[in-house]
Every structure is written in structure tokens, then in C-alpha cells.
Design a protein around this ligand. Structure first.
Ligand SMILES: *Cc1c(COP(=O)(O)O)cnc(C)c1O
Length: 386
């Protein structure tokens, strides 16, 4: 397709064309490991499915398109995508990362890559001067997650990108929470966008997958080399599921945002609630940054009940009936979690509390059900506290 389409159309058509064999509108699931060759090296574009597969290729084109990038790479999980980025580095290199980030990302940095001689600095990036203070001649990568998980802080991507460019440092942004519907980090100056496609891109809690998108061809080549050499690729069936999910990303996100706003307002007015973390509130400390770089505020909300303990928070998430108590986020169904015992259990308590993840914090991934049902469910769970 030659015509430049708008975002919503791109989720459906971006980088896609009917399958060459029979004109199938959705790319078939090419569930094959290898491809016949007419003479050695004489193939039709694919030779072995770790190196490339037509279903994955269709997904990778879609990913590049919706993030306004030139190259997409699909991985077996979000962490496999991150793993490929970190493998661009060498022993002695330093990384500056958001301090309030996905627990599994923290574990990958500290437990897997530090023993190989890489150094990670975790800083509060709401104030970019904290990044400046952590830069050394060995700093090779800045890793940003925004909005942060689970505290919903917002980091100014453009400000960090300016800093990164001035110091010749790569900037990667984990765009899992916002999705390209709300925020396009490459347009704001990032070099790499990363996704856990398990979440909003897939959108139906039925697949684990990851993605990277870049503009620069040399960077794309280096990442493709790692993808093929290390092998953490997205399988054909999983590629199909993520691609199918992306085609409704815009309509799902619209409802996630509407429901998120209603539930954030309900919680803030509830007498049993101490604090609600959601970047759409005008008194959110980073609301102006969020308004500038995002097209909406999403359906991820965290809150702390008044005077609540670890046990109280557990009781609330156990009492919910429409919200499912589960890890993960970004699916059509609403989920609730207790970061201290679930997603962030791999972060030491002192580290966790430094970034605000207290024992009583509850995190919601607001789905696309009727908001009234979600509100009634939260109401009954909060009344279980007394
Ligand atoms: C889930 C998640 C990841 C890890 O992705 P997986 O697909 O589970 O490997 C990374 N970053 C964020 C923000 C996430 O929510």
C-alpha cells in the first residue's frame, strides 16, 4: 500500500498485504521450521524460521508501522526483546535505568547481566538531572519505562532523548504501558522502542511475546544479528495472535482510557482510599509531561487504601469478583494485582519502598467491560476492609 495512512488505519493495514499464495487476507500461520530450496541458497525469501518466518515477518512489518519506525523485530517475550538490546553492550559498559520499573526487567539487569560485567544505575527520571549525575564515559544505554510500573510516574522522553543525543548514548523506551496509541517514543527522539506484546498489543491474555522497533538500519542490523544468533524469536502461532490483537488496538485503547478515567475518579472520591496514582489527574506531579507526550492516560491505575496493611491489600484483591487476581495487564478483562507479593516480589523490600511500592499498594489493569460493573466490584471489595 502506497498511501500514508493514519494511526487507526495503520493498526489494520500497516505493512500488510494479502498473502502471495492464495490472497489470504490474514497471513497464514506458517507453522514450519524450514523452507525448500531449488539449489543451495535458492529460496523464496525464507530459509529457516529462526532467521525469518513469513507470519513473523508480517507482524514485524506491522510493529514498525504502528510505532512510526522502519524496522520491527518480534521476540518470544518482552524480556527476550530486552535481552537482545542488552546484548548490544560489552563488559564494563554502564546502563542508566528508570528506578521504578517492571520487576522482571530489574531481575534481568541485576541477576543475569551484572555477573557478565555490565553495570546498572537505577535513578528517578522524573527529574532528568538525576540522569546527568549518573552519566559516565562508559554509559552506553539509557533505559526508560514510562508510565512507570506500578507508580504511574511519567518521564519526559524528549528531555531524556536530548540528553542521550548530546552524550552519544542509546535511548530505549519500554512502551508497554502506553502503547503506540498513546505515545510514540521514536517521534520523541528514542532510538529503540520495546514492548511486552503480551500486554496491550496482544490484548487478549492469550500469548507471550515481545517486540523492538527502530529507525536506524545499522541498529536494526545489529539487533537482527542478536535475534538470529541468540534465537529468542516469536513463533508463527504467537506472531499471528499478536498481529490479530494489533488490529483492534485503537478501539480497545479508547475504551481502556474511558474506563480508566471513570475508575480513577471513583477511587479518588472513595472514603476508604488514601491515594490514587493515575497520570490523568491534574494534580499528578507529571500531568503536564503526560499531556504533552501522550494522547490519553490509559487504564493502568494504582492505589493505596487508608491505613492499610499488607494483609488489607491482599484482602481487597482477593475480594474482587469481576477483576481477576492475576499477574499481567493490558487484556480485555480487568485484572488486579498486589505488586509487593506479585510483580515486584523480586525487588528487595528497601529498593521497592524507595520508589513508593509499599506493602498496601494495589494495581489495576482496567479492562473494557462496563465501567459500572467494575466500579460496583471495587466498591464491594473496599467495603470488605471494615
Ligand atoms: C510484562 C512486562 C515486561 C516483560 O514482558 P514479558 O512479555 O512478560 O517477558 C516488560 N516490561 C513491562 C512494562 C511489562 O509490563
Amino acid at each position: 500500500m502506497k498511501k500514508q495512512l493514519r494511526f487507526n488505519s495503520n493498526t489494520i493495514h500497516g505493512g500488510q498485504e494479502p498473502d502471495k499464495a492464495y490472497g489470504a487476507v490474514m497471513p497464514p500461520i506458517y507453522q514450519t521450521s524450514t523452507f525448500a530450496q531449488s539449489t543451495p541458497g535458492g529460496h523464496k525469501g525464507f530459509e529457516y524460521s529462526r532467521s525469518g518466518n513469513p507470519t513473523r515477518h508480517a507482524l514485524e512489518k506491522s510493529l514498525a508501522s504502528i510505532e512510526n519506525g522502519n524496522y520491527g523485530l518480534a521476540f518470544a517475550s518482552g524480556l527476550a526483546a530486552m535481552d537482545a538490546v542488552i546484548k548490544l553492550l560489552s563488559p564494563g559498559d554502564e546502563v542508566i535505568s528508570t528506578n521504578d520499573l517492571y520487576g522482571g526487567s530489574y531481575r534481568l539487569f541485576r541477576k543475569v547481566f551484572e555477573p557478565f560485567g555490565l553495570h546498572f544505575h537505577f535513578v528517578d527520571m522524573q527529574d532528568p538531572s538525576h540522569i546527568v549525575a549518573a552519566i559516565s564515559e562508559n554509559t552506553k544505554l539509557i533505559w526508560v519505562e514510562t508510565p512507570t510500573n506500578p507508580m504511574m510516574n511519567v518521564i519526559d522522553i524528549r528531555a531524556v532523548a536530548d540528553l542521550a543525543k548530546r552524550n552519544n548514548i542509546l535511548l530505549a523506551v519500554d512502551n508497554t504501558f502506553a502503547t503506540p496509541y498513546l505515545q510514540q517514543p521514536l517521534d520523541l527522539g528514542a532510538d529503540i522502542v520495546m514492548h511486552s506484546a503480551t500486554k496491550y498489543l496482544g490484548g487478549h491474555s492469550d500469548v507471550v511475546a515481545g517486540a523492538l522497533v527502530v529507525r536506524d538500519s545499522d541498529l536494526a542490523d545489529r539487533l537482527y544479528f542478536v535475534q538470529n544468533a541468540s534465537g529468542g524469536v516469536c513463533g508463527p502461532m504467537d506472531s499471528f495472535l499478536v498481529l490479530r490483537g494489533i488490529k483492534t488496538l485503537h478501539v480497545r485503547m479508547q475504551r481502556h482510557c474511558e474506563n480508566g478515567a471513570k475508575i480513577a475518579a471513583f477511587l479518588r472520591d472513595h472514603p476508604a482510599i488514601e491515594k490514587v496514582y493515575w497520570p490523568g489527574f491534574e494534580d499528578h506531579p507529571n500531568h503536564e509531561v503526560a499531556k504533552n507526550q501522550m494522547n490519553g492516560f490509559g487504564g493502568m491505575i494504582s492505589f493505596v487504601p487508608k491505613g492499610a496493611t499488607y494483609e488489607d491489600a491482599v484482602k481487597i484483591v482477593e475480594s474482587l469478583e469481576v477483576f481477576t487476581l492475576a499477574e499481567s495487564l493490558g487484556g480485555v478483562e480487568s485484572l488486579a494485582g498486589h505488586p509487593a507479593s506479585m510483580t515486584h516480589a523480586s525487588i528487595p523490600k528497601e529498593e521497592r519502598e524507595k520508589s513508593g511500592v509499599s506493602d498496601a499498594l494495589v494495581r489495576l489493569s482496567v479492562g473494557i467491560e462496563d465501567a459500572e460493573d467494575l466500579i460496583e466490584d471495587l466498591g464491594q471489595a473496599l467495603s470488605a476492609l471494615n
